[in-house]
Design a protein around this ligand. Structure first.
Ligand code: ZN
Length: 252
């Protein structure tokens, strides 16, 4: 059988292209399973790689220890070895464990929830570096005090935007009129003329301005505008976050 030249093949993934040997990748632990024998199976989300299943035999026993490097939600530089069939973890250098968030039930629940979305919707072995960076910076926002619902709106909208699926917050998806107040449908934001009493709660002009502002504000300035101690993210934010999740559900 002729060997497939994966460089042109549209479905080629990272795992098709990497030769046997050692590689180093930065990324995050999405999932971890420990067998009764102490062997770990990790589902990592890696730069230049996308999601990847990696084995760490004896991770919790014997001489090989990875410390916090195999904890879910931990960011690290991972040294891997590609064998004939599988990838194996040889060492991990922890860079960020978001440990302060683990004492805050609402914030850690958000990170775990986003982790679940990544597991469900990203294809294994397909690089998705923009979403990886977005996930990291969304965690940083939670750590810096940005309201979890604001961080979630940004995370979901920008992820959809990366895939070309985000609803425009500027213009009505049906008639193209600039949006003041609006409702969010599965097809996009609709102006009052196009959606007089349709699905979804009405979002005021002020709500729409806040949503836009949160998307355009640099990460470093977000906590100044949307800190959970000072900013009340009420029903409008819940509304848009719930509806953006339907966008992901509709992809399956
Ligand atoms: Zn319209």
């Amino acid at each position: 059988m002729k060997r497939r030249d994966s460089s042109w093949f549209p479905g080629a993934s990272f795992t098709d292209e990497v030769p046997q040997g050692h590689i180093k990748r930065s990324g995050v632990v999405l999932r971890r399973w420990i067998s009764p024998e102490g062997d770990a199976t990790l589902y990592l989300f890696l730069r230049g790689t996308g999601p990847l299943t990696v084995y760490a035999p004896g991770a919790t026993r014997g001489r090989i220890r990875f410390g916090g490097g195999i904890e879910p939600l931990t960011w690290a530089n991972f040294n891997l070895y590609r064998g004939t069939k599988h990838f194996y973890l040889t060492s991990a250098e922890v860079k960020e464990d978001f440990w302060p968030l683990r004492d805050d039930p609402e914030k850690i629940a958000k990170l775990i929830d986003w982790d679940g979305l990544l597991c469900r919707h990203l294809a294994p072995g397909l690089p998705c570096d923009e979403v990886l960076a977005l996930y990291y910076w969304s965690g940083v926002q939670l750590k810096s005090g940005v309201h979890p619902m604001v961080a979630e709106w940004r995370f979901l909208w920008k992820w959809l935007h990366n895939w070309g699926l985000a609803p425009s917050t500027e213009d009505c998806v049906k008639c193209g009129a600039p949006l003041t107040s609006a409702r969010l449908s599965l097809y996009g934001f609709l102006c009052p003329s196009c959606s007089p009493s349709a699905e979804g709660a009405s979002l005021s002009d002020s709500d729409m301005k806040s949503l836009r502002l949160s998307l355009s504000t640099p990460v470093s300035a977000l906590a100044g505008l949307f800190h959970s101690d000072r900013f009340t993210a009420g029903p409008p934010w819940q509304e848009v976050n719930t509806r953006l999740r339907h966008y992901f559900d509709s992809l399956n």
